[in-house]
Design a binder for this molecule. Sequence first.
Ligand code: NPQ
Ligand code: MG
Length: 367
Amino acid sequence: MKISGIELRRIHLPLLAPFRTSFGIETSRDVLLVRVVTSEGEGWAECAAMSEPRYCSEYVDAAQDVLRKFLIPALPKDGVNAHTVGRVLEPFTGHRMAKSALETAVLDAHLRMTGESFGSYLGADRNRVPCGVSVGIMDSIPQLLDAVEGFIAEGYARIKLKIEPGWDLEPVRAVRERFGDELLLQVDANAAYTLVNAQHLAKLDDFGLLLIEQPLANDDLVQHAQLAKLLRTPICLDESIESAADAAAAISLGACSVINIKPARVGGYLEARRIHDIAHAHGIPVWCGGMLETGIGRAANVALAALPGFTLPGDTSGSSRYFATDITEPFVLTDGHLTVPTGPGLGVEPLPDFLEEVTTSTEWITV
Ligand code: NPQ
Ligand code: MG
């Protein structure tokens, strides 16, 4: 497969409602799409980087810059596939979300050529996956209960509440009391606490949570291991896990008993699968995280979430969780599940007219 060029396209999509986490409020998505044009056809991917470096050090302008200046120029002229992309990008440190977008676009082009779907290529063993939803920090408990009630009515299989100091025990208690002990419920702190808060976090143990996600700072692996000894609630790591090596270290340290796998955060779907394999071998359940993806990123995530080790519902929500209109045919929940696409590659494509409507810039890079 020979790459002739790559298009970097930026789109602007408003969110249906503001999404607040411990690191900030988002009201829209400024998404970088990557379209690789090869001798055999095209491939698409989206870069998960946010507009500001809050969740992690990457941000969308930087991702586009590193792709243009370093990552795309490093691609070989010929014989490129997803594995060679990973290898030629290795000398460049960090920038995993940018690398993931490039590798995924090449993988999509490759699979469209061979006719195989992402799910089949990655090793999916199910044709649909149960879906959870991530619920942002709200202004009041009644507002939160209304939001959760709506998501339960839509069929979501599990609820994740975003928490931060000052918005933790009360919202969790309120949701438990209102919706009962059967509700699959978990929380995500996005690194908002320190080990000093251990006794406070231990009060969450009363609420029968599936897990607490990333309570401490990104590089606090040792502190997470210490916290794990003080809590009954299982600790799940998100931001801390940037590679399969990180996952192996976290597991052997006892820093987590569950892992949130976000392919973008770890540099792509091949590394994501390595983490799945390591975790599976250790009996550590994994689930697929989300970065408010459009249908392009969502399609690949749903395929990954169908691998056997993904035993917990992920943040693979329907398109309508975030957007009035998606750039692909929307992903719609049926009975709390999303169907794994079966067409070649991602199995979905941007709808040309709407894509043009939301495009804010395009850049063509000849390879
Ligand atoms: C998490 N995602 O698990 C993230 C973090 C997150 C679904 O909770 C814009 C783009 C806003 C990506 C806010 C979910 C975001 C974002 C939060 C990702 O930690
Ligand atoms: Mg998280």
